[in-house]
Ligand binder design. Structure first.
Ligand SMILES: Cc1cc2nc3c(=O)[nH]c(=O)nc-3n(C[C@H](O)[C@H](O)[C@H](O)COP(=O)(O)OP(=O)(O)OC[C@H]3O[C@@H](n4cnc5c(N)ncnc54)[C@H](O)[C@@H]3O)c2cc1C
Ligand code: SF4
Length: 332
């Protein structure tokens, strides 16, 4: 692990000021925030992240979960365990609670923060191994995953430069809930809809979000729940606990008179970013809430899938995941 200095920020302004000295908010940044540390510290130990300074933001008052405009505001430092067990989240945003609980372990969720989860890096094994070529870790170096072991990697939103999966469960639920990310930057505060927060890899897989140097995430906003709408999360993986998704589906569904009145579908484990399945939503809206229609929606969601040598099975798996999630939530 390379040497770096460590400071504790006492205010949001102090934290943002320190990080503004960073050349970039992405990999290779010279100043990084640390919240729970469950992702960053791993990557420091592996020498994948090599900042000159780490700014501890845990003293900042950003842990509250509070009502906002009929919805909920979740502070950036709210721990995953606290969010998942919050009575308002369980009642109005079940998909978020279920997604968080499906991830990692209780100990990790006790440390993991909302913002840290938003920004956790890919688990692509080549990204975490300095002996392998990786465009995300070292831009322009190549990608050994393309012809390598890519069973866990993405089939949607890929490019010739990167096929890494976004590993988060929380973020899939936030995508289906159309959450908004609050950011404090050098030019003031801004709110970014989560659908615009993540960037597809394209030719620059090292740039993962719209964050700019010095940006501090201060919270996440959830809009008021739609009356009569239910939600849920289904995660399929190699073992029942402590494992990342092969495919997952976050579903927010409203049904009235046997027809779909509200549909938001997002997928995990298959996309280079938490994947909003707008084609599936279009197949559902106004249509009968039947298994046949759910199958059509799943087909639409995966129509642009581009599997590699080892991950073709994800196409069918993801379809079945969507159908099962819709059926379960629709029948609840
Ligand atoms: C063994 C293991 C299993 C796991 N399994 C799963 C799983 O199944 N599903 C899943 O979704 N996740 C899983 N995770 C990942 C875990 O959820 C993340 O590590 C965690 O959410 C990261 O949060 P953190 O607060 O610890 O982030 P940190 O490690 O502190 O930070 C992560 C990144 O976020 C940045 N950051 C943090 N806060 C802010 C802020 N306020 N503003 C700007 N930047 C910020 C940091 O600079 C860093 O780049 C697993 C992790 C481990 C170690
Ligand atoms: S898939 Fe992306 S993260 Fe994985 S090795 Fe290729 S460039 Fe790196």
């Amino acid at each position: 692990m390379e040497q770096f200095s460590f400071v504790s920020a006492r205010s949001e302004a102090q934290a943002a000021e320190a990080a503004a000295r960073s050349a970039t908010a992405q990999i290779g940044a010279s100043v990084r925030y640390v919240a729970g540390g469950t992702n960053l510290v791993d990557l420091l130990k592996l020498d994948v992240e090599r900042p000159k300074q780490v700014v501890d933001i845990n003293a900042l008052e950003m842990s509250r979960i509070e009502p906002l405009n009929g919805g909920l505001r979740i502070g950036a430092l709210a721990r995953n365990s606290d969010v998942a067990s919050d009575a308002r989240v369980k009642r109005d945003y079940a998909v978020l609670s279920e997604a968080i609980v499906s991830g990692a372990s209780p100990q990790i969720r006790n440390m993991a923060s909302t913002a840290g989860n938003l920004l956790q890096r890919t688990r692509c094994p080549y990204f975490r191994d300095l002996a392998q070529r990786c465009n995300k870790r070292e831009p322009g170096s190549g990608c050994d995953a393309m012809e390598g072991h890519n069973r866990m990697l993405a089939i949607l939103g890929t490019s010739e430069h990167c096929i890494a999966t976004n590993p988060s469960d929380q973020n899939v639920a936030l995508m289906a809930l159309e959450a908004v990310v609050e950011i404090r930057g050098q030019r003031g505060n801004r709110n970014v809809p989560i659908a615009e927060f993540y960037k597809l890899p394209g030719t620059t897989p090292h740039i993962e979000t719209v964050l700019e140097p010095g940006d501090l995430i201060t919270g996440v906003r959830l809009r008021a729940p739609v009356a009569g709408v239910r939600s849920g999360y289904l995660k399929l993986r190699d073992r029942a606990a402590y494992e990342f998704a092969l495919a997952s589906a976050a579903v927010v569904l409203g049904v009235s008179g046997g027809k779909v009145t509200h549909a938001r579908v997002a997928m995990g484990g298959v996309g280079t970013i938490p994947w909003r399945a707008r084609e599936a939503e279009a197949e559902l809206m106004g249509k009968p809430a039947t298994r046949e229609q759910f199958v059509r929606a799943a087909e639409a969601a995966l129509k642009d899938a581009k599997p590699r040598s080892e991950n073709g099975f994800k196409v069918e798996l993801a379809k079945r995941c969507i159908v099962h999630a819709l059926t379960t939530v629709g029948a609840a």
